[in-house]
Design a protein around this ligand. Structure first.
Ligand code: NAD
Length: 295
């Protein structure tokens, strides 16, 4: 079993590190927040007072931080203190450009690195059923598999440096846009006298079928797994959806890609966040559609 340094023990990193401990790894964890450290210690993580202490003696170092700025800031300390041969795994969701810069810095310091953002939310982190989207060299991907395994249901190698982040961003562009379309369809149907059950029964087995409809339906009472049945308690918070859509919008602009629907979805989630919906599940955006339609 390996010694693993874990930096960022928040909503995701906390339960992910707990699963590594459960699998028999020795986990040395650091976070800036005392409450996160305390919770991790309760899960058997050996909490330490700095990044340097967390990476000392570790064969793999996992970062699970809020964004690219935090990653790049933290990385300098990681690269100074890490053991030669340590594998660096960043599972945060960050800008593709930041991810590629992190890979370059790691390579220049002689370390292998993968970007490995996740899908599956806090429930997946707790259950050890996350999907990891990996960008990096084949050899580093192979080395990461045993480390990721206790936290993962699926690990997919998506190509070279940064491609994990590209995959995550593209997936969430589909998800954000499809949730808005599903919400609009239900509100339009309702206003024209169509019972939501009828729309669900048809669309769920027809060409309108998608995850936003059949797993996280924004109308309560139609799908058992939906966060709508729990007052839209996340799940996947609208603030995080906005973050990911902004990353896609920025990458689209930098690469000169025409993503008109993605841009509009970003505006609509921005508006929903400005209205105070950021901490709700992203499916709650249907409430904003209803309100604007006078329903
Ligand atoms: P979080 O804010 O709960 O956790 C991040 C942790 O990082 C915090 O505890 C914070 O104190 C710590 N931190 C910040 N800077 C640090 C530093 N320099 N050194 C040490 N610790 C530091 O966020 P989260 O929900 O756990 O998300 C983490 C990442 O995972 C984000 O990039 C997010 O976009 C992504 N993600 C989240 C979800 C989700 O459902 N929460 C799902 C998929 C991906």
């Amino acid at each position: 079993m390996a010694v693993i340094g874990f930096i960022g023990l928040g909503h995701m990193g906390g339960p992910m590190s707990a699963n590594l401990v459960r699998a028999g790894h020795r986990v040395r964890g650091f976070d800036l927040a005392p409450a996160a450290l305390e919770a991790a210690a309760g899960h058997g993580v050996e909490v330490v007072p700095s990044v340097t202490e967390a990476v000392r003696g570790a064969e793999a170092v996992i970062t699970m931080l809020p964004g690219g700025g935090h990653l790049l800031e933290c990385l300098d300390e990681v690269l100074t203190a890490a053991e030669p041969g340590a594998l660096l795994i960043d599972s945060s969701t960050v800008d593709v450009a930041d991810a590629r810069q992190a890979h370059e810095k790691a390579a220049a310091a002689g370390f292998g690195m993968i970007d490995a953002p996740v899908s599956g939310g806090t429930a997946g982190a707790e259950a050890g059923t996350l999907t990891f989207m990996v960008g990096g060299a084949e050899e580093d991907f192979r080395r990461s598999e045993a480390v990721l395994e206790p936290m993962a249901r699926k690990v997919v190698h998506c190509g070279g440096a940064g491609n994990g982040q590209v995959t995550k961003m593209c997936n969430n562009l589909i998800l954000g846009a499809s949730m808005i379309a599903v919400g609009e369809a239900f509100v339009l149907g309702e206003r024209l006298g169509l019972p939501p059950e009828a729309l669900y029964d048809v669309a769920s087995v027809s060409t309108g079928q998608c995850w936003a409809l059949t797993t996280n339906c924004p109308v309560p009472g139609l799908v058992e797994t939906s966060r709508a049945n729990h007052d839209y308690e996340p799940g996947f918070a609208a603030a995080l959806m906005l973050k990911d859509l902004k990353l896609a919008a920025s990458a689209a602009e930098q690469s000169g890609t025409d993503t008109a629907v993605g841009r509009l979805a970003t505006e609509l989630y921005q508006r929903f966040n400005d209205e105070g919906g950021g901490s709700l599940d992203f499916g709650a955006i249907i409430g904003s559609i209803r309100e604007r339609s006078g329903t």
